[in-house]
Design a protein around this ligand. Structure first.
Ligand code: KG4
Ligand code: ZN
Length: 358
């Protein structure tokens, strides 16, 4: 069984071909450079860039895999949540191919792509506890099966990646900001600035990063006599210390709530073996190490996809599409792309049954 996956929901135009043996036959990822100078993704620019490149990316992926479009079994595309202009481009391309080839079309929730990719890369088995941390989302979920999610907690304001990007913008780094903050943090003193931990100690598993971001802004502003962030010029060491203190604090916030999530998960699913992190922020090695320690303290196996499959890619969409297909989930060609699409909403029933073993 071979599935083509197409991703275009943010600023990566990507495609991949995977099979049920967890082999990646080929993949192509184009990260749009156009947004760097803006400090964030500009939706209109993103949509145009997807449109310009999508055909070539798909063609190139078939070429690299040395297979013909007729050899595949289904076409999957990220159909939301995300920037609607880009999502429409990927979904239209997938529907056109599905129609021309007379193969099923599968609408994949982008978050399900992030959520399931570690089953391909790390052989993770259901059920597992998942920390999903990307540019647009920050959630703690129990992944019970394909299409079956229980959300334990979520951010009430910014996503984790968004907080990284906003702090990066204050420090005049380009977009995306996470990788640069991580790099600078390596030479910084993480204990130099005491930053707040919003929602620390709350009974729920929710998170909040808005106050943390504001606290960082105030520190940076304090370096200018008039408190104007635009006029601040920081030394390399001050910049590094801010990055390290921010990275430490946001990681502590996440770890506290994931620890609570582990308690809930282990009570409900004593047989569950994995703690998984996914999404762009999962590329952060500092956070990965803290999560690994936490997993080991709780007798869980820690799993994180290799770095290139943490950020947006076609493999995760192809794999989620394949799992959906194997479990009988396909979609009609009139499926409407969804800018908002919670993972844990009432799951549709599968038409047939099958399954892919972990
Ligand atoms: O999953 P993703 O590629 O796109 C979304 O679906 O949002 O995540 C992108 C986010 C950006 O906010 C980026 O700054 C963050 O992931 N990110 C990181 C790192 N690499 C990417 N954050 C922290 N540390 C990193 N190394
Ligand atoms: Zn993503």
């Amino acid at each position: 069984m071979i599935v083509l996956g197409i991703e275009s929901s943010c600023d990566e135009t990507a495609a991949a071909l995977v099979n049920e043996k967890k082999e990646i036959l080929a993949e192509t990822v184009l990260s749009q450079e156009e947004h760097k100078i803006y400090g964030g993704v500009v939706p209109e620019i993103a949509a145009r860039a997807h449109l310009e490149h999508i055909e070539d990316i798909i063609e190139h992926t078939f070429h690299k895999a040395k297979i013909q479009p007729k050899d595949i079994d289904a076409v999957a595309a990220a159909a939301g949540p995300g920037l609607i202009g880009g999502v429409v481009v990927g979904v239209m391309a997938a529907k056109a191919l599905a129609l021309a080839l007379n193969k099923p079309f599968i609408a994949v929730n982008h978050l399900e792509g992030h959520a399931l990719v570690s089953r391909l890369t790390n052989n993770v088995e259901y059920p597992y506890l998942l920390l999903l941390v990307s540019g647009g989302h920050c959630q703690i979920l129990i992944v019970k099966n394909v299409n079956q999610y229980e959300r334990l907690g979520t951010t009430i304001d910014d996503a984790a990646g968004e907080a990284f990007d906003k702090v990066a913008k204050m420090l005049k780094f380009g977009y995306p900001g996470g990788p640069m903050i991580e790099k600078m943090a390596e030479i910084g003193n993480e204990n130099r600035f005491a930053l707040p931990h919003p929602l620390r100690g709350s009974n729920d598993l929710n998170l909040s990063f808005s106050g943390l971001k504001t606290a960082v802004r105030k520190i940076i502003e304090s370096y200018d006599a008039d408190g104007n962030i635009e006029h601040v010029i920081l030394s390399k060491q001050d910049t590094a210390d801010i990055c390290a203190s921010f990275q430490k604090t946001i990681s502590e916030c996440l770890i506290e709530k994931v620890a609570k999530g582990i308690d809930v998960f282990q009570k409900k699913y004593p047989q569950g073996r994995h703690l998984v992190v996914a999404g762009g922020v999962a590329a952060n090695s500092y956070l990965r190490q803290k999560l690994k320690n936490l997993a080991e303290e709780n007798n869980l196996i820690f799993a994180a996809p290799p770095l290139k499959w943490c950020t947006d890619n076609g493999v995760m969409i192809a794999w989620a599409g394949l799992e959906r297909f194997a479990n009988g989930y396909t979609n009609d060609l009139d499926f409407k792309p969804r800018p908002r699409w919670p993972l844990d909403e009432d799951a549709p029933k599968a038409a047939g049954a099958g399954g892919v073993k972990a």
